[in-house]
Design a protein around this ligand. Sequence first.
Ligand code: ADP
Ligand code: MG
Length: 391
Amino acid sequence: MTDLVETARARFTELYGRAPQGIWSAPGRVNLIGEHTDYNDGFVFLFAIDRRTVAALALRDDRTVRLTSSFTDEIVETTLADLGPGGAHGWQNYPLGVAWALSQSGLGQLGADLDAVPGFDLYLDSDVPVGAGLSSSAAIESAVAVALNDVWRLDLDRNALVKAGHIAENEVVGAPTGILDQSASLLGRLDCGIFIDCRSLERDVIPLGFDEAGLEVLVMDTKVEHEHAAGGYAARRASCEAGARELGVESLREVSISDLPRAREVLDGETFRRVRHVVTENQRVLDTVRTLREQGPRAIGDLMDASHRSLRDDFEVSVPQLDLAVEISQNYGAIGARMTGGGFGGSAIALVPRELISHVEAAVDGAFAEHGYAQPDLFAVVPSDGARRDE
Ligand code: ADP
Ligand code: MG
């Protein structure tokens, strides 16, 4: 982390010929439990990780905005007047989208008057892997949001910054996503998870106790990218909507475990299984939070395992590589394991005693080789602090 901050300072100075005014950073995130529950008004429980995007920034005395990143050789140059939807495409839409969202044009009266604030020079660096399901996009949005909130003296609270990232991603980048990732990146706390009620948007910071229990989370990126991921996701959403309609409720959030026998009578077999996943997953999120409080983190493994079985058998969004990563990690000492993210590829996670991490890694690597699967990317993460000013 210090390395990233130091490198960003040095690169900024080299590129722009002066020192940055400050350096800010924000983490990626992992979803601990609660999959495909968000668009059903349900519960999600995720945490910020110790992989971060840093933003080195200095204000200018004109209205120009210049930005670049360790990801690219280009320096993008624009002006505050040219921000907003329908502009350029590419990586710069994440930071520029946040700048726009923080302005009046983006968020109503939320933040800066773009006519009144100065432009800036920005340099980004990151050790959040891109496209591994760890939300490098929320990390970049949140790092830029806290930076601009400081230098533009907007004095916005973290909820407003969550909104800014959400608006940037939806309206400027054009990716229809919720507020979960930005919430974790901005509200995360060391060794804590963020519980989110997607209906009320209430958020709670819940101690995980992983550190004291000697636990880390092994991320197992299968590198599988499925061509039907988008279609599969849309089909699952449609099944959930159809299930809710047939059961006469606004969303599956309103269906509880005790309603399932009736649901089985009313729904066709496939829709029933989709509904059963969402209903039981919501309950598992609540049970995870309660179990953490009452029994500690070593007791939540069964809930993670059950989440994976439900995603595999009822929601049918797993792939053989995810199943293998989960199974091998369980066999080699994980307390619990599950696929994480939307499925059809991507990553699985395993809750593993610190001293067994390399043992589990070797076992998963070996099993993937044996099956002729591409080598997975394996790395441990710990629940970490959200966005902050580093210097
Ligand atoms: P993820 O699951 O990692 O969030 P996304 O597709 O939502 O995947 O976001 C990844 C995109 O975010 C990248 O393609 C790139 O455009 C942008 N991005 C992320 N981190 C950086 C960075 N440090 N510098 C420039 N662009 C970045
Ligand atoms: Mg993303």
